[in-house]
Design a protein around this ligand. Structure first.
Ligand code: MRU
Length: 344
């Protein structure tokens, strides 16, 4: 029996996952990220409608995990609809459109759907192989990124800054930018991680802090607005972030606030490294200007923990992501090595 020390899940297959297929229940099982850090619980999702709702309320989130959710969602649809392939295709389209920015979601849906002519069993087999692949490629990408950070930063041990959540919870397992932190920490190279709280949904405060604590990595939370000041005070050797979509030219869409971090990092000569699986690269979009940015509900800003904090009717601008131009990025690192970057 193997126990994942972050998720606490037990799995006889040797891999404990944030999202998986439960054969016994014929359902998707996922860590409910809305409940963390107060409560660790698993959700069993047995319908495409429930999966779409879970994706939209961010119970499952993070680009690689969304790719897995898309693939497993098609497997679920294929099982439910049997030979009605038109119904499976309709569900697949709804799934792919559940959130627009992370290209992994559509990628996962389309890859699983390609197995549909061979039947529901083949779709599930493909989705399951994608789960194993997710952990492998993210370990590889983050190992390349860790090597790059060690080349770029002279100081030891390292003081790293990250944004949003890019760990086990954002993927099937392991993670991307936090995956590089796991590698660096295991080699004894991490002094601390500064974790942006990541307004407004607090993926940094709720999820990254939880993962870092469980992994025993020293960390401090900071308001997003303090990151530039931390850089100015010489407290940061490298910024490590993930990505939701990387355009063909290397522009990076990631959690809103990433662009500001890149501007500040460039101002202070600090390497800015993006870690993502190659499934996050979308060569069909020439540059970041063509990436659709998800706009989220006004209530995420007007309310905190259910209590209104802004005047009634306050107009809101609430993009979930922003685009960092490639010239501000030291490197976008995938499992294949450096995909793009200004190498500054
Ligand atoms: O809105 P979220 O929480 O899904 O946004 C997640 C991010 O922006 C992550 O940085 C990105 O998906 C990379 S995760 C390895």
């Amino acid at each position: 029996m193997w126990v994942n020390r972050v998720t606490g899940r037990r799995d006889n297959g040797g891999v404990a996952r944030t999202i998986d297929w439960d054969e016994h229940e014929a359902a998707i099982v996922l860590v409910d990220q809305c409940a963390l850090p107060a409560t660790y619980r698993l959700l069993h999702v047995a319908s495409v409608d429930d999966l779409i709702a879970a994706i939209q309320r961010l119970a499952v989130r993070g680009a690689p995990a969304l790719g897995a959710a898309g693939a497993l969602g098609v497997a679920l649809a294929a099982r439910v609809h049997g030979t009605d392939t038109a119904a499976v295709h309709a569900d697949a389209q709804r799934l792919a459109a559940a959130r627009p920015t992370a290209v992994n979601l559509r990628w996962g849906v389309e890859r699983a759907l390609a197995a549909l002519p061979e039947g529901a069993g083949a779709v599930l087999a493909e989705a399951r192989s994608m789960l194993a692949e997710d952990e492998r490629v993210n370990r590889e990408a983050s190992a390349h990124a860790a090597d790059l950070v060690l080349q770029r930063c002279a100081r030891r041990p390292l003081r790293l800054l990250t944004h949003c959540n890019t760990g086990h919870l954002a993927a099937v397992a392991w993670g991307t930018a936090l995956g590089a932190v796991w590698h660096l920490h295991a080699a004894g190279h991490v002094e601390y991680v500064l974790a942006d709280e990541t307004r407004p949904l607090l993926q940094g405060a709720r999820l990254t802090a939880w993962e870092l604590a469980r992994a025993g990595v020293p960390y401090r939370l900071l308001p997003d607005s303090a990151a530039a000041a931390a850089m100015a005070q010489g407290l940061v050797d490298c910024v490590l972030v993930g990505a939701d979509r990387v355009a063909a030219n290397g522009d990076v869409a990631n959690k809103v606030g990433t662009y500001g971090l890149a501007v500040a990092a460039a101002r202070h000569g600090i390497p800015f490294v993006v870690v993502a699986p190659s499934s996050t690269v979308d060569k069909t979009v020439p540059d970041g200007g063509a990436i659709v940015i998800e706009q989220r509900d006004a209530g995420e800003l007007t309310h905190v923990a259910g209590a209104r904090i802004a005047p009634d009717g306050a107009p809101v601008f609430n993009p979930a992501f922003d685009v960092t131009p490639v010239e501000l990025v030291t490197a976008v690192v995938t499992e294949h090595g450096i995909f793009a970057g200004a190498a500054r």
